[in-house]
Design a protein around this ligand. Structure first.
Ligand SMILES: Cc1cc2nc3c(=O)[nH]c(=O)nc-3n(C[C@H](O)[C@H](O)[C@H](O)COP(=O)(O)OP(=O)(O)OC[C@H]3O[C@@H](n4cnc5c(N)ncnc54)[C@H](O)[C@@H]3O)c2cc1C
Length: 386
């Protein structure tokens, strides 16, 4: 008889849900697959922008993680507070200890708007917090004149193209609202290039797209503090006036990982770039909680498409070990992303980051890419949770 293996998956996001489903489909029911998340429901990050743009309602966006039980995957709704790699166990706030034979850490990243001095106090909106989107949308629609400032606070942040996408959706929203002629949109980025990971060509094409939409791009503008409810100060000494401030806050490693020995003083988890193995036996880390260096200051972007690809590799490795097969799957550094611009059109960015000559390409906005983006969310949610 097969010996039961317990696979614990920490985090029911993009990576965790992909891994859980592949494992369940390929392993016999003798083996336990347990997913733990502090949230009761799943919502894909890109849905934030649909709520902002008005094509989705916040209340329609959450899918219960309890659905996993219908697929033979155990779901525990609890907060992970400790990982003990020496005893192969983790602890949660309410349900106590869980042992594992295999551990997949897919805990994503935490947002830290409090790290920007004055941001919360002076009414800054966090673009990456879905619950703030309905109010932000109302504020945008009720603004008759003035300046909208969109600021990326720091690098790395999730889905590098998303803030640019948001700026174009805001533009489209106020064009349709009839207020665009009286509102400036200014985009502030801390880096010299719009998308450092995509390189200069794609970044320049993106900046042209912003220009075509009358969005002013300000590179090398890292926010220092929000001085008052209408003034930002940047580290380069410049100031900017705003009527509405939209920020992408700094990201940090989840608290439970910050406090355990797998990272060095709170850094992202380092993993093997092909296998996602950590330094501990049978412990893998995938997605936003990891850092995979690509040379220079560039790392694998924090994006669902990469968390998903890495989850496939790790799930296959665990299946191989349990079933005694040898697929030797490897993460290939390839990914893509849609960049919506409004009016049912989206651009499409393709990357191959492990190639000898890393390849990136920005395809111009089209209706076909927009349809593919809708399908991207729908099919994944269906496969993972129904
Ligand atoms: C506005 C926006 C647009 C985006 N657009 C795209 C896009 O178009 N394409 C794309 O590929 N990516 C996109 N992303 C990025 C994508 O959402 C993330 O990169 C992806 O979710 C990362 O997956 P993950 O599994 O690593 O982490 P997550 O999906 O963040 O999952 C982590 C999970 O861990 C849980 N967790 C954390 N700590 C604990 C704890 N202590 N105890 C219990 N549970 C815990 C969290 O609740 C969470 O559910 C977008 C993100 C945003 C915000």
């Amino acid at each position: 008889m097969e010996q039961t293996k317990r696979i614990l998956i920490l985090g029911a996001g993009f990576g965790g849900l992909t891994a859980a489903n592949i494992l369940r489909k390929n392993l016999s029911n003798v083996h336990k697959i347990i997913v733990i998340d502090k949230n009761k429901s799943f919502m894909m990050g890109l849905v934030n922008l649909w709520i902002l743009y008005g094509t989705r309602k916040l209340q329609d966006s959450f899918i219960p993680l309890a659905n996993l039980a219908n697929k033979g995957i155990e779901f525990i709704n609890d907060e992970i507070i400790e990982i003990d790699f020496t005893k192969n166990s983790i602890s949660t706030k309410f349900r106590g200890k869980f042992d594992y034979d295999y551990l997949i850490i897919s805990l994503g990243s935490e947002l830290a708007p409090e790290k920007i001095d004055g941001f919360i106090e002076n009414g800054g909106f966090n673009l990456y917090d879905a619950r703030q989107m309905p109010e932000l949308r109302q504020k945008i629609l009720s603004l008759n004149k003035g300046n909208i400032a969109i600021c990326i606070a720091d690098i790395p942040y999730k889905c590098p193209p998303a803030p640019y996408e948001a700026s174009m959706l805001v533009n489209d929203l106020i064009v349709k609202n009839g207020t665009r002629d009286h509102i400036n949109i200014d985009f502030y980025a801390p880096s010299a290039l719009a998308l450092p990971v995509a390189g200069p060509d794609v970044s320049l094409r993106l900046v042209s797209l912003l220009k075509m939409n009358n969005i002013n791009f300000h590179p090398l503008h890292k926010i220092k503090r929000v001085v008052s409810n209408d003034l930002i100060e940047f580290e380069n000494g410049n100031n900017a006036k705003f009527d509405l401030l939209i920020g992408i806050p700094p990201h940090k490693v989840p608290a439970v990982i910050r406090e355990c020995e797998i990272t060095k003083a709170g850094d992202w988890i380092m993993v093997d770039k092909f296998t996602l193995k950590t330094t501990y036996d049978n412990v893998f880390a995938i997605g936003d909680v990891t850092e995979i260096a690509l040379g220079g200051m560039v790392t694998i972007p924090k994006a669902g498409i990469f968390a998903e690809a890495q989850a496939k590799v790790v799930a296959q490795e665990i299946i191989d070990q349990i079933t005694n097969t040898k697929t030797r799957a490897k993460f290939d550094g390839k990914g893509f992303c849609f960049m919506e611009v409004g009016s049912n059109e989206a651009g499409y960015i393709e990357v191959d980051l492990y190639g000898e000559d890393p390849y990136t390409q920005l395809h111009p906005p089209s209706r076909e890419s927009y349809r593919k983006k809708l399908d991207f969310e729908e099919t994944r949610v269906k496969n993972w949770l129904f």
